[in-house]
Ligand binder design. Structure first.
Ligand SMILES: Nc1ncnc2c1ncn2[C@@H]1O[C@H](COP(=O)(O)OP(=O)(O)OP(=O)(O)O)[C@@H](O)[C@H]1O
Ligand SMILES: [Mg+2]
Length: 342
């Protein structure tokens, strides 16, 4: 936290809660070009004085599950404290406490989304490295290991046999999830090498993006997504090559109303939901990102860059309209946006 949470100038604005400056750059530009007042709460560390009250405005939480990889180990915990404080004061928060809980635990995501009839890959949650092989034996092979608190494809590895898993566990390469929970998950074999990520803003479909996973076992080339061990096929869309991400024209899917009901029930206004389709056509939802990023090249190719139909443009408009509603003050926005709440 590099500034006081309670600024001296208490004029209403949008507050962006995050811990990674790099990911906020495009959002800043979209606020500025629309004349929407905003401030950032960079919550890597700091002091939250519970005796104070929050300033007027709208609060947008984009805390990331992978914050510990940027040496911000307790940023999610500080964010949870701030969100509790905001809630107790009745503040308008987009992606509130429940969204943060789900961002930090894939188990929590799977349990919450399956209640809406959305299928997730079979998964066992394991604490204790010595229990992983037994969990994989129960599930069967091929199996995937991944971190429960993840992002950036942390710890995602495919194993075809018990011998390969044993070798990995015995090597120095195995790394535990920061919350100690390793997931052992059914590998979903796809007829074609891609996954789909569906972007929602204000609870409404913005677009879906198809992510090529043919380079599956190589590192994501984007600096912002780079990690020490190879992910299976990271879907982090920020700043990756344009041919890897392609926006799907007129995306529609039978799961859309279920995903939207899940988002609404879990206090999530803005998210990217990832799913994969197996050889028999069954769709499995395996990841909910509440600090979603967007691939700029894919948006350029789809004619969305710089418009209200771009990811960050839509978010800026949505938050600007909430701010206008909150303060009664008109905020500048593009009149064509379909995302202004009623
Ligand atoms: N059960 C699975 N079967 C097949 N492929 C999978 C499975 N789980 C994950 N993958 C692949 O690994 C990638 C990363 O997995 P996942 O999204 O669960 O991890 P993450 O840490 O949240 O990554 P990211 O931040 O890139 O979304 C997926 O986009 C997909 O390509
Ligand atoms: Mg993912």
């Amino acid at each position: 936290m590099r500034q006081s949470l309670i600024p001296q100038d208490r004029s209403p604005r949008v507050y962006v809660i995050h811990e990674n400056d790099e990911w906020v750059v495009p959002l800043r530009d979209n606020f500025t070009s629309r004349g929407i007042p905003f401030a950032e709460w960079h919550l890597d560390q700091g002091i939250l004085d519970l005796r104070g009250s929050p300033p007027p405005g709208v609060f947008y939480n984009r805390m990331s599950a992978s914050s510990h990889t940027r040496n911000h180990r307790y940023a999610p915990e500080l964010t949870a404290a701030v969100l509790a404080w905001l809630k107790s004061h009745g503040a308008v928060v987009v992606n509130g406490e429940r969204a943060l809980q789900l961002e930090l635990s894939k188990v929590a995501q799977y349990e919450a989304i399956s209640r809406f009839g959305v299928e997730t890959p079979e998964t066992l949650a394991v604490v204790g490295k010595e229990n992983i092989a037994e969990a994989a034996r129960r599930l069967g092979y091929p199996a995937i290991l991944k971190h429960n608190r993840a992002g950036k494809g942390l710890g995602v590895r495919l194993f075809l046999s018990p011998a390969a898993l044993d070798e990995h566990l015995a090597s120095g390469e195995f790394e535990e999830s920061v919350d100690g929970i390793t997931l052992v998950q059914r590998y979903i074999k796809t007829p074609a090498p891609f996954i789909t990520r569906v972007e929602f803003v204000g609870g409404k479909l913005l677009y879906a993006v198809r992510v090529d996973t043919s380079q599956g076992f190589e590192l994501c080339p984007a600096d912002v997504c780079r990690i020490d061990s190879p992910p299976l096929a990271g879907a982090c869309p920020a700043a990756a090559p344009s041919d890897k991400f392609r926006i799907v024209r007129d995306f529609d899917h039978p799961l859309l109303p279920k995903w939207q009901a899940f988002l609404a029930a879990n206090d999530i206004g803005i998210a990217g939901i990832e799913f994969i389709v197996d050889e028999s056509g069954r769709a499995f939802t395996y990841d909910v990102n509440t600090n979603t990023n967007y691939n700029p090249d894919a948006e350029v190719k789809d004619g969305r860059a710089g418009t209200a139909r771009s990811g960050m443009g839509a978010i800026a408009n949505y938050l600007g309209s909430l701010l206008g509603r909150e303060t009664g003050a008109p905020t500048r926005r593009e009149p064509t946006s379909p995302l202004i709440p009623a």
